[in-house]
Ligand binder design. Sequence first.
Ligand code: IDP
Ligand code: MG
Length: 139
Amino acid sequence: MESNKTFTMIKPDAVANGHIGAILDKIIDNGFKIIALKYTALSAEKAGEFYSVHKGRPFYNALVSFMSSGPIIAAILEKENAIEDYRKLIGATDPTKAEPGTIRNLFAKSIDANAVHGSDSDENAAIEGNFFFSAFERF
Ligand code: IDP
Ligand code: MG
């Protein structure tokens, strides 16, 4: 299991609000190398599949609907200690609790529209990266 990669999405709110460039700059400035990148969109079915671990939670339907509401950026990032460092860079799930200067503090409006996704484990980073990218799309 690789421990130097994480998977991220720039969510529909941050894309719609014009933050793609600023968020990618922040990712790169913090020492992450982008090894895969795409501008795409999730159907409701695909969003449901991606977030199936949250099925049954009260926010699941709203999450699926929000994540399929517009285009997203998907990316695989590489850095030593990637999972933990990226979770630190994005900040808490609820942006009102995210540390100043974190991506969610700067760009997120609410707990459901919270600007970015970040993997929570090496295992999930691999699953989530494989959900979006083939071997030919990684550099
Ligand atoms: P994370 O994105 O910080 O890892 P998770 O607990 O994995 O947070 O939840 C996945 C996503 O589901 C969150 O990013 C957020 O968009 C949404 N979510 C989580 N908890 C809530 C909630 O209590 N209300 C509304 N949406 C939530
Ligand atoms: Mg999570």
